[in-house]
Design a protein around this ligand. Structure first.
Ligand SMILES: Nc1ncnc2c1ncn2[C@@H]1O[C@H](COP(=O)(O)OP(=O)(O)OP(=O)(O)O)[C@@H](O)[C@H]1O
Ligand SMILES: [Mg+2]
Length: 440
């Protein structure tokens, strides 16, 4: 006869007497977290003959154990379930709250609330109710609408290009002109994640303990906006508990650094590597740890500490030294990684009173179409190529700068529905390089 699920530790589970050595090979691979509690306890029960070896060998398991034997959910279950699948295991013993996440990896979750239940199940004395996981998709969130932004046509155009081509964008200008407002409207015009991307993002968010147990699958590009006082470890990851940072949480999505020049320089510099290769490696005594971090960077900033630069109706009161210090915060190397740099001027009164701008739904439809066309990107005509070569010599553009202009021009062509990249597309792309106000 099958027993009912118990919620207290039964007396019959015995801890083996004497010393117990648990070997978590391979030793050079760093293990973190309490998710090993349940597998270690089950291994000890198998070693002491209290659960059958062969049954245990057919199951993966993950979970934290309370002192009374209750199983608690842990983060990172998707990665565990994917690992189990790679090892050919199709069933995962875990807390019921982890079930939907485990199912995302194509593994059958066996939900248990207590070590004794897991042991009884493995002995064949208890049937655990199978979970019927939902589709696990997180609801799409409501984003503020681009229609709220009046005027600022050039910045809106640059934002659309950024969305279509996943370009990094810097919005500079005087206070109160709508920079933060525009930046916060980028997620609303981005296409949803592809399935493989959704799994990658969910894996990272799960490790960071950010998923909702019932709807763990992140289906929209993440949008992260850390405060400017954030430490380097908070932004790029690491720290004593080796957590992914904001840059990794923004993987396949957007990292907004609002008030870019207020961030600490080491934190900004640490972003240079992931901006180039899409991952962060954190050096540890026990070897390097790599986190994926392919994000789109959005920065906003005033053009000087007093904020008046770029505003024709105000007089900048910053001394030359103060201005130089402010600009020194942003290295040339970091600025070079912004594909689109636009100044956001003070809107004119008539613009602020005018009709609402185009809404996010319309813009997003164009972005989605352009993304589709960019799968087979348009190529430069001979004239466009010649214009780009001339620009590299005159401006001058770095090798990276040239490649970035070329990519932005492709996005412009794709948005226009053009088969090739024409000289006018190169010319527009060049107009988004660093403006004079930011030149050092
Ligand atoms: N172009 C605009 N259209 C509509 N409202 C605007 C516009 N620009 C500014 N506003 C209004 O001003 C407020 C402040 O805008 P926002 O926070 O985006 O400014 P900002 O450029 O980021 O300024 P700061 O440099 O001080 O951070 C907005 O909440 C909005 O109400
Ligand atoms: Mg702002």
């Amino acid at each position: 006869m099958l027993a009912r699920a118990v919620t207290h530790a039964p007396a019959e589970l015995q801890l083996p007497r004497g010393r117990v050595i648990v070997n978590l090979a391979p030793a050079e691979l760093r293990k973190e977290g309490s998710g090993f509690d349940l597998p270690i306890a089950l291994a000890m029960l198998a070693a002491s003959g209290q659960v059958p070896h062969d049954r245990l060998a057919e199951h993966a398991s993950v979970g934290e154990l309370a002192l009374d034997g209750r199983i608690r959910p842990v983060g990172g279950v998707l990665a565990v379930a994917e690992g189990a699948r790679r090892e050919g295991l199709t069933e995962l013993l875990c807390h019921p709250d982890s079930g939907t996440e485990a199912a995302l990896a194509g593994v059958e979750p066996i939900p248990a609330r207590h070590l004794a239940d897991a042991a009884a199940y493995l002995r064949g004395e208890l049937e655990l109710e199978p979970l019927v996981p939902g589709n696990g998709r997180r609801d799409t969130s409501a984003h503020p609408d681009l229609a709220d932004v009046r005027g600022q046509e050039r910045a809106r155009r640059a934002l659309e290009l950024a969305a279509a081509g996943r370009h990094n964008i810097l919005l500079g200008g005087p206070p109160g002109t709508g920079k933060t407002m525009l930046a916060r409207r980028l997620p609303g015009i981005l296409p949803p994640l592809w399935d493989a991307e959704a799994l990658e993002v969910t894996r990272i968010h799960s490790v960071a303990g950010l998923v909702d147990p019932d709807h763990p699958l992140v289906v929209e590009p993440p949008f992260r906006s850390p405060h400017h006082s954030a430490s380097t470890a908070a932004i790029v990851g690491g720290g004593p508990r080796l957590r992914p940072g904001e840059a990794s949480l923004a993987h396949h999505g957007v990292l907004l650094l609002d008030e870019l020049a207020e961030f600490m320089r080491p934190a900004l510099e640490a972003l240079r590597q992931p901006l180039e290769d899409g991952e962060i490696s954190v050096a540890r005594a026990a070897g390097n740890v790599r986190f994926p971090a392919r994000f789109q960077l959005v920065g906003t900033m005033n053009l000087c500490p007093c904020g008046a630069r770029g505003d024709p109706n105000a007089q900048c009161s910053c001394s030359a030294q103060r201005l130089a210090r402010y600009r020194d915060k942003l290295s040339r190397a970091l600025l070079d990684r912004f594909d689109l740099v636009v100044t956001v001027p003070r809107p004119r009164a008539v613009e602020l009173q005018g009709e609402p701008g185009e809404g996010s739904v319309t813009v997003r439809a164009r972005v989605v179409a352009a993304r589709e066309r960019l799968r087979d990107p348009p190529r430069r005509t001979a004239e466009a190529d010649a214009l780009l070569t001339r620009a590299v010599e005159r401006l001058p553009l770095s090798g990276r700068g040239r490649a970035r202009v070329a990519r932005v021009a492709q996005t412009i062509a794709a948005l226009a529905g053009s088969q090739d990249v024409a000289p006018e597309h190169i010319a527009e792309a060049l107009s988004y390089r660093r403006p004079a106000e930011l030149a050092s």
